[in-house]
Write a protein that binds this ligand. Structure first.
Ligand code: PEP
Ligand code: MG
Length: 324
């Protein structure tokens, strides 16, 4: 099977009926790019920049960040790279910021909330990204967006930093797409409004499932409620994809679900454009998609969305698409 996969490293991901989807990789450091290329990744769909900030005792400088972003963009050789701005908080702490302990860190002062408040941190990262943008195909993504106001503020800060750099004569790409993660239910519900303003969505199911089911993603006791295939989640995903496509925008997914063999036929049928997963899942996913018809998968959309329980969805996918 490994040998079969290896033949697909440089092949595009096309369904049996000729529809292309993008298979991208999630990375945490510039070193991970090697594995993306070796496994045939068509893009980086999520660069989790938190790791630049973790395991040290002070913030990374603008130049340190610039070097990391430049390395990723350069080594991806013009293929798209979605860089997520700092998503600290929740399970990822930065002791040197000395933030007060919170009762519910997953519902607290984190990610874009922190960045819009502590703007020095945010602006430093944005400058590093903008300076690196000329070395490849950069897409910038904001995490944990809950309201349109947050997106507008974050985008305004980005455009301010861009204008400031350009007025100093620094080259910045004019092709940078600006998108958001959809990982909070309010944003999925309001996707039609967001779709008019963002360039793309990436659905973060790791958090979207946790927040929709009100089940902590780290808590074993409630893990039975952590159900990516619950029809409630599938309906939210569908709302996001339909809203985006009505505005001509693309939608990816960068939660664990995107690489799951049970999810892939469902998501293909719902019209997901980009699947971002751990690099080692890419060739198995490509093999699976080559053997699926998108049109056939889409023909089950209403049936699946009308199901009552998670188990019903899983059983249907296993028998219909021959998934283990
Ligand atoms: C997600 O929430 O699905 C996601 C990809 O982000 P993280 O796992 O880093 O929270
Ligand atoms: Mg998340």
């Amino acid at each position: 099977q490994k040998a079969e996969w290896a033949k697909l490293v440089n092949e595009p991901t096309v369904s049996k009926d000729g529809q292309h989807v993008e298979l991208a990789a999630n990375i945490g450091t510039p070193k991970d790019v090697k594995g993306v290329i070796e496994n045939g990744g068509e893009a980086v769909g999520l660069y989790r920049t938190e790791f630049l900030y973790m395991g040290r005792d002070q913030l990374p400088t603008e130049d340190e960040q610039f070097e990391a972003y430049k390395a990723v963009l350069t080594n991806m050789e013009g293929k798209p790279v979605v860089v997520r701005t700092l998503d600290i908080g929740g399970d990822k702490e930065l002791p040197y910021l000395h933030l007060p302990k919170e009762m519910n860190p997953f519902l607290g002062f984190r990610a874009i909330r922190l960045c819009l408040e502590e703007q020095d941190i945010f602006r430093t990262q944005l400058r590093a990204l903008l300076r690196a943008s000329v070395y490849g195909n950069l897409r910038i993504m904001f995490p944990m967006i809950a309201t349109l106001d947050e997106f507008r503020q974050a985008k305004a800060v980005l455009l301010e930093e861009k204008a400031a750099l350009q007025s100093k004569g620094t080259a910045v790409s004019d092709e940078i797409e600006i998108g958001i993660m959809v990982e909070i239910p309010s944003t999925a519900v309001m996707a039609d409004s967001f779709a008019k303003e963002v360039d793309f969505f990436s659905i973060g199911t790791n958090d979207l499932v946790q927040y929709t089911m009100a089940a902590d993603r780290m808590n074993e006791r409630v893990s039975y409620l952590y159900q990516p295939y619950n029809p409630a989640i599938l309906r939210l995903i569908t709302m996001v994809i339909e809203a985006a496509h009505r505005e001509g925008k693309w939608v990816g997914m960068c939660g664990e679900m995107a690489g799951d063999p049970i999810a892939i036929p469902i998501l293909l049928g719902l019209g997901l454009d980009e699947f971002s997963m751990s690099a080692t899942s890419i060739l198995p996913a490509r093999t699976q998609i080559l053997n699926l018809s998108k049109e056939e998968a889409a023909s089950y959309k209403e049936k699946i969305l009308g199901m009552q329980t998670t188990q019903e969805v899983i059983d249907f996918v296993k028998t219909t698409f021959n998934v283990e």
